[in-house]
Unconditional design. Sequence first.
Length: 333
Amino acid sequence: MIPETKQNAVKNALQATFGVSEFEDIRMLTAGLSSALVFRIVVKGNPYLLRIITRTDAMGDPTNQFANMKVAAEAGLAPRIWYMSIEDRISITDFVEARQFPVEEAKSKLPDLLRHMHSLPPFPKIVNYLDSIDGFIRKFQDAKILPESMTEELFQQYARVASVYPRDDQELVSCHNDLKPENILFDGVRPWLVDWEAAFLNDCYVDLAVVANFVVMNDKDEADYLRRYFGEEVNEYRYARFFLMRQVLHISYFTVFMLFGSEGKPVDVNVKKPDFRDFHNRIWAGEISLADNEAKLQYAWVHMEQLLCNMRTKQFEDALRIVSNYHTSELRK
């Protein structure tokens, strides 16, 4: 189960951490989209999580990932770390026996968790998030997966968002950037964050928008969610910026999942498009996995349809105006 090339490294890790060279039980965990191998192991009667990074290119370098995970673990946001080796690309942490996370409970606990994480010492800045989305859009357009007529409005409207959305490095905070349900483990009392592979210095509204896909169902939820995170009543600028980041996230997920799900080939445009809320509720409940290509394509359609719907509203126009006017006035000061 453990690759032959990693077996000695795992034995060394077990010996260094627990004084033994073998585990008593091992089970591969398949949730999530990471290329890393993840196992539940039992050593001396206790369960732990063994993570083996298999990529050997620059993107697989665990230096930042392990450093960020260590900061998060010390802050009580991530499970306790027992062993880490950058050279061997191996980590051993506490294993969290995850239970179903009631959405009503998540609505109050996750904004607090995000505020705590965003107050951590700065993670490294790896990429500019908006620039990376521009890159995925170009790849998507070059691949010609969908007829241009289907996406023309979407990309035109997104260009308006990109032109007004702030890119101020002074506002960036330590972000996880991949807060899907598989990476939020609820032990029955509190949530833990795992898989810090995508963590870097980013806009706080990215994490807020990702989590909102699963826990914000209506206007009241949104107001409560943002008030809880910011610790005060939210002004129109924060509402507008949050709304625009949600659109940024939609186009990001649309292009990325369409590229991966289609494997760069044209797809059938006449398929039934899933409902945004229902699809996310089912992901949260563990009923849908995005591991196979068909699910990735469905998820891409979900975000495309929601984005087009949102971009045709007065709220979209108002948000563009509010954010643009705010930063224009700030520049004049």
